[in-house]
Unconditional design. Structure first.
Length: 357
């Protein structure tokens, strides 16, 4: 499977927090034969590399399988679905969004986040910011009874963004949904394939963690099971190049991986961060560094648990947490190149140096 086909499959897969099974199955198929895979009841998938010895420092690779989405809270009398969000949506990005609703029997139904036609809106309604609690998903039903009895959709049914992946070969651009963090998941799978059979100075365990979008929950569990000595988080990160001035833009599509120094949950281990940027400079891999005033990612859950040196290798994504994302294939490939190069060079002495004072 080439990179484009892999990204397409991961992007098109349905997986919101608590309903990551489809993404886990895809990861299992894509990494078959590379090591021992275990999946827990939270749908965290942990792949221990076949070549691991149990005698070397453990590097945890992390990516998360869930994406932002919705969850049916109740069925309204008119048959529409009242929902809650799974992850951070801006209310103005939801109206008219196309979705797929998974019924209790596993069947999928198309739906749309319903909007009132402008013909019927008052001036106040046209200017008001919509409230998520007042929104509904319409699957074509006309009554509560029809939705529950015929469509088999009720409380607890997941609702996924419905967008098909596309690739612009001329510009090497990726367009689709859920690049946060399906790009990271696909990249992690590809890294594990690239290091297969290699004699490394570390043992490598890949953790495809669940429920990142609702509080980094899976990463806390995965880190305790893996017990890493060091960690690299592969994450689709929000690009800022469409609204920040050049001097302040720190995550640019086409600018290479973003190495995050700080966000509201996380501070990177600076010796490890500087080692990674130095290696990128040596290999001619473009990158940016970022200090963020918002956001969070699995590096906080892993690093804060055991105090292990942790960095984030971010793949820039335009319009994260909306239905439609842009990304550059070159950023994806350079993130894999940098991560693989790190794994090929890390050893106990180098890792111990990241904790020196």
């Amino acid at each position: 499977m080439d990179s484009i086909e892999r990204i397409k499959k991961f992007s098109n897969a349905n997986g919101v927090a608590g309903f990551e099974q489809e993404v886990v199955r895809l990861f299992a198929e894509d990494t078959k034969g590379l090591g021992e895979l275990t999946v827990d009841g939270m749908f965290n998938a942990i792949l221990r590399r076949s070549e691991n010895t149990g005698k070397k420092p453990v590097v945890q690779l992390d990516a998360h399988s869930d994406a932002v989405g919705l969850l049916t809270q109740a069925v309204r009398p008119n048959g529409m679905l009242k929902f809650v969000t799974l992850g951070g949506f801006v209310p103005t990005n939801l109206p008219a969004m196309k979705v797929r609703v998974r019924a209790k029997d596993g069947q999928f139904y198309p739906g749309v986040v319903a909007t009132k036609p402008p013909h019927f809106m008052t001036a106040a309604e046209r200017n008001a910011v919509p409230q998520i609690a007042e929104m509904s998903v319409d699957i074509g039903s006309s009554s509560r009874e029809e939705t529950i009895n015929d469509f088999l959709v009720d409380t607890g049914c997941p609702i996924f963004v419905d967008v098909d992946f596309q690739y612009n070969e001329k510009k090497r651009l990726l367009f689709g949904k859920d690049f946060d963090d399906r790009l990271g998941a696909a990249a992690m799978s590809e890294v594990m394939q690239q290091i297969a059979g290699k004699d490394l100075g570390v043992d490598v365990v890949a953790g495809l963690s669940a429920q990142e979008e609702v509080g980094l929950r899976g990463a806390y569990v995965a880190a305790r099971k893996i017990e890493p000595d060091i960690a690299i988080v592969l994450e689709g990160v929000p690009a800022d190049d469409t609204f920040e001035p050049d001097w302040l833009s720190q995550t640019r599509m086409g600018g290479g991986p973003m190495l995050r120094d700080y966000d509201t949950t996380f501070i990177a281990n600076q010796p490890f961060q500087n080692y990674a940027t130095g290696l990128a400079d040596q290999l001619g891999i473009p990158y940016t560094r970022a200090v963020r005033t918002g956001g969070g990612q699995d590096g906080a859950a892993i690093g804060n648990w055991k105090g292990v040196p942790t960095i984030v290798v971010g793949i820039p994504v335009r319009y994260e947490h909306t239905p439609y994302n842009w990304a550059s294939l070159s950023d994806y490939q350079n993130s894999i190149k940098l991560t693989t190069a790190l794994l090929e060079r890390l050893d106990k002495a180098t890792i111990d140096g990241f904790s020196a004072f």
